[in-house]
Ligand binder design. Structure first.
Ligand SMILES: C[S@@+](CC[C@H](N)C(=O)[O-])C[C@H]1O[C@@H](n2cnc3c(N)ncnc32)[C@H](O)[C@@H]1O
Length: 439
């Protein structure tokens, strides 16, 4: 939980309220929405505004239910935003609520609403946030036998998704997953300076980066963004969750090898592959678009490995396109990090749960199966094909792989796999399968 003293930043609160109002009206993707914070906000205020917007979206169902209970008529989005923000501050501080903090939260929300909305709406906010100050921190956590609806409201997830997880993972794991998704996500940096060219002195890891249980991954505490930007520009860190290492571990790229990364953008795994190989050739492939620009920028910070960037559609004769780029059409090592439901990364991507529809799993699985078939065509005899997702849903993982293996009639076999369940791994969820093509 962040410090309640952060509440004093009026500009962060006001900027967050305006973005929350916009999210309520348009349901934009939150990562894109956050890019609209005013440039004049300082680093600390920006961090706080991010935390407030993410907190409201993360807890939206619970906050919305609590505020609606007191609203006789729908409020304007900016007034709703003020109520939700104050409600989030109350949830955030509950458990360690110092004397007078709830009154400060109420007062702050009221003063802000006077400026952002109107005196009449500020009076409404005053009346409702006072009630929330009593009701929200006192809400009991649903008991062990709670049904999907109660869990969904308290832990702010769609009911259908909670029902799906209860059926797939059982009550205990579902509860832990919901709690996990509702906890703020740390920022992780992978230290890359071990990848410096031969003869260069190793760079010491800065003291502010906190070591984790995953070798090479560090937690970035708040308040160090300037230093992190410098490290990023120097190619010394890459911001990525420790779960991203699993696909590259199973790929096990060897120095001097030739590897193709088929869904490469924005480049987290491509850069890790390059750092792991140290020397060799890497083909990074993705659809045209802004993500490809980021991939290009990130790959520019790799050294020692010859990198080719190919923009294209895996499903549209990728082999022919590779040949047109004077590249081989078959490789000893192919990575397919497929687009998916993102159910493993909901702690980081707080709005995914509100956009996801029940039918998305089948739609993703259909596309994933086709992509896996297309990826399989690029594997040399005896070569390996890594299929990975950041989904924890069996329909996009085991079922896709089983269907692919059956379809190839013995050409590909399942060699090994790694599953990260967030509630056990203590990092994002991921699924990785290594398949081997017969020699
Ligand atoms: C899970 S993301 C990849 C993340 C990336 N591997 C990393 O580590 O940074 C999935 C990627 O698949 C790409 N993609 C989706 N459909 C594609 C297609 N038909 N052909 C090529 N790339 C595709 C998306 O553009 C997106 O960048």
């Amino acid at each position: 939980m962040s410090s309640p003293s952060n509440l004093s930043s009026t500009s962060a609160w006001s900027a967050a309220a305006q973005l929350v109002a916009r999210w309520l009206e348009r349901r934009e993707r939150v990562d894109a929405l956050l890019e609209n914070l005013p440039p004049k906000l300082g680093a600390a205020e920006r961090t706080r505004a991010h935390g407030l917007v993410l907190g409201v979206v993360r807890h939206h169902a619970r906050l919305d239910a609590a505020t609606r209970a007191w609203l006789a008529h729908p409020a304007r989005p900016i007034t709703q935003a003020a109520l939700l923000l104050a409600g989030f501050e109350l949830i955030e501080s509950s458990g360690e609520m110092p004397d007078g903090l709830a009154a400060k939260i109420v007062h702050h929300a009221v003063e802000q609403t006077k400026h952002l909305a109107s005196p009449a709406e500020a009076r409404l906010v005053n009346a409702i946030v006072r009630k929330l100050a009593t009701s929200l921190p006192a809400q009991p956590v649903p008991g062990r036998l709670a049904d999907a609806a109660a869990l969904a409201e308290y832990f702010s997830h769609p009911v259908w998704l909670v029902q799906r997880w209860l059926a797939q993972f059982g009550a205990e794991a579902t509860r832990r997953l919901l709690e996990w998704n509702q906890s703020p996500a740390p920022v992780y940096a992978r230290w890359r300076a071990g990848a410096t060219a031969a003869g260069e002195a190793a760079v010491a890891v800065p003291d502010f980066l906190r070591p984790t249980q995953w070798a090479g991954f560090y937690e970035v505490p708040p308040g160090h963004w300037r230093e992190v930007e410098r490290l990023l520009a120097a190619g010394q860190v890459y911001l990525q969750d420790p779960s991203t290492r699993l696909a590259v571990e199973l790929l096990a790229p060897q120095p001097g090898e030739m590897v193709v990364d088929l869904c490469a953008a924005p480049g987290g795994k491509s850069v890790l592959i390059a750092d792991t190989m140290g020397a060799g050739r890497l083909v990074a492939f993705d659809l045209p678009g802004v993500r490809l620009d980021r991939l290009k920028e990130n790959l520019a910070r790799t050294r020692g490995v010859e990198v080719a960037l190919v923009q294209g559609d895996v499903l549209k004769d990728a082999g022919k396109l590779l040949i047109e780029h004077n590249l081989p059409s078959n490789y000893p090592a192919v990575l397919l990090d497929a687009p998916c439901s993102n159910t493993g990364v909901m702690r980081h991507r707080v709005d995914v749960k509100w956009r996801l529809q029940a039918g998305d799993f089948a739609r993703h699985a259909e596309q994933q199966r086709k992509m896996l078939v297309a990826a399989g065509r690029l594997v040399l005899p005896g070569g390996r094909l890594i299929y990975s997702t950041c989904s924890i849903d069996p329909e996009e993982n085991e079922q896709v792989v089983a269907a692919f293996v059956a379809q190839t009639r013995g050409l590909f076999s399942r060699e090994t796999e790694a599953m990260a369940w967030p509630w056990e791994s203590a990092h994002d969820g991921a699924a990785v399968f290594r398949l081997r093509r017969a020699g």
